[in-house]
Design a protein around this ligand. Structure first.
Ligand SMILES: Nc1ncnc2c1ncn2[C@@H]1O[C@H](COP(=O)(O)OP(=O)(O)OP(=O)(O)O)[C@@H](O)[C@H]1O
Ligand SMILES: [Mg+2]
Length: 280
């Protein structure tokens, strides 16, 4: 009997070891969502992004940090081709989204922006009802049936952790909500078209600490289904929420690594100085 137990234990240990190994392989095999290769961007003569080589994986929260004017917003906006709206912009190099070049693969800008949603620094709900804000994207995509829209609106508001706060006032104007609530409505609006990636440019910098915590908790939930790329000036936030961190400085990437490496053992002195608050 004792022998049998010992065999069982061995088998269990064997299974655990196999599970752990499998887990590691899954980590290593996380699909690449975005990859930029020697990506450069100019605003006229201003060389704002220089040879950016970065890779972002599925189910990761990726923080982008760096001093003001170093190109964080420009890079994030490049990922869904929003920088094209500025006429003086010129680019070189490429950005791959799930293996397709976002500029040359023939993927339309509309499709790219549906698959890669964006949430901005200042909550920007449309001057419409809460319901219409969230139903906006699905309606643009041709969904008209009320029961389907109702379902999408509820699901998106639930995913953005705001359903309970607004379920009895869906027809109220979104302007009447607090800043933190408006930001979660904007997240729900982004989720309603079922994107694969969510870009967030300083999504909590205009919010109070409680709303900030809510959005950070929400990001942990969302990363189970999405890849998140977040620009933040808040070092504690980057350290708290992200899996990977890229440090931008004067238009280029100084260092990109696991977040704990960037914060605890960076290889570049400038990264160390920046994360410890010595400049920026
Ligand atoms: N629309 C624009 N037209 C011309 N130049 C621009 C434009 N947007 C940004 N720039 C320039 O590009 C550079 C990078 O700006 P960007 O907004 O990407 O910086 P950032 O890192 O996001 O800064 P911050 O932390 O202040 O938001 C800066 O020199 C900026 O002046
Ligand atoms: Mg910015």
């Amino acid at each position: 009997m004792a022998e049998l137990n010992s065999v069982k234990t061995k088998v269990n240990i064997g299974t655990q070891a196999a599970d752990a190994k499998r887990q590691t392989i899954i980590q290593e095999d996380k699909e690449i969502v975005f990859q930029s290769n020697n990506f450069n961007l100019w605003y006229g003569d201003n060389h704002a992004l220089q040879d950016i080589n970065l890779t972002f994986h599925e189910n990761d929260i990726n923080a982008i940090i760096g001093p003001s004017g170093c190109g964080k917003s420009t890079f994030v906006k490049s990922l869904n081709r929003m920088t094209e709206l500025v006429p003086i912009v010129r680019t070189e190099g490429d950005i791959q989204f799930r293996g397709d070049d976002i500029f040359t693969s023939g993927m339309s800008v509309e499709e790219l922006r549906t698959r890669v949603g964006m949430v901005f620094q200042k909550p920007n709900p449309f001057p419409k009802s809460i319901y219409d804000n969230v139903a906006y994207g699905p309606r643009v995509h041709g969904i008209k049936k009320k029961s389907v829209l109702d379902e999408v609106v509820e699901k998106s508001l639930r995913s953005a952790s705001i359903w309970d706060e607004v379920k009895d006032r869906l027809n109220d104007n979104a302007d009447g909500l607090s800043g933190g609530q408006q930001q979660r409505i904007c997240i729900a609006r982004a989720l309603a078209v079922e994107p694969e990636v969510i870009l967030m440019d300083e999504p909590t910098s205009a919010l109070d600490p409680i709303s900030t915590t809510k959005i950070e908790d929400l990001m942990q939930e969302l990363k189970k289904d999405y890849s998140i790329i977040i620009v933040t000036h808040n070092m504690q936030q980057a350290a708290r929420v992200s899996d990977r961190t890229s440090f931008f400085y004067q238009g280029y990437v100084v260092e990109s690594d696991d977040t704990n490496v960037i914060f605890e053992n960076p290889s570049d002195k400038r990264t160390e100085d920046y994360v410890s608050g010595r400049f920026g």
